[in-house]
Write a new protein. Structure first.
Length: 136
């Protein structure tokens, strides 16, 4: 019983410390941001990286709603790849995931090279005011 009470109190305190805007769902005008983590087949890593480079190029060249599309390689584990994708809205992300080149490159060619995948929906905290006030 004490353990349950302790866990409840801990969770309650954590909720009190989290800013209210951090608990809200995405609202209109906020970017739609995801982090994707892949573990790729090491034997076909060069092929996978080429495909990721191709989807990055296609996305940035063809999608006005894409703000950022970064492909990141883990220094410790070369077969672990991270994507940081930011879109103007969820609708812009849907345009991306329905694009013919996405279906061809990601679903048909890249997917068989992926051993595991994790997608995390995130939202950026707005630190612009803090940066404006900071001395550089």
């Amino acid at each position: 019983m004490q353990k349950q009470l302790f866990l409840f109190c801990t969770l309650f305190l954590m909720l009190l410390l989290v800013p209210p805007h951090a608990l809200q769902a995405q609202t209109a005008g906020e970017p739609y941001v995801i982090l994707v983590e892949f573990m790729l087949d090491e034997a076909r890593l060069d092929e996978a990286i080429e495909l990721l480079s191709d989807i990055q190029t296609q996305t940035l060249e063809n999608e006005e709603g894409c703000l950022v599309y970064d492909v990141l390689l883990s220094e410790q584990e070369p077969a672990r790849i991270f994507l940081y994708e930011s879109y103007e809205s969820e609708d812009a992300y849907k345009v991306h995931s329905n694009a013919p080149y996405y279906k061809e490159i990601v679903l048909k060619k890249l997917k068989p090279l992926i051993k595991s995948q994790k997608i995390t929906k995130v939202f950026p905290l707005n630190f612009e005011d803090a940066l404006d006030d900071a001395e550089i």
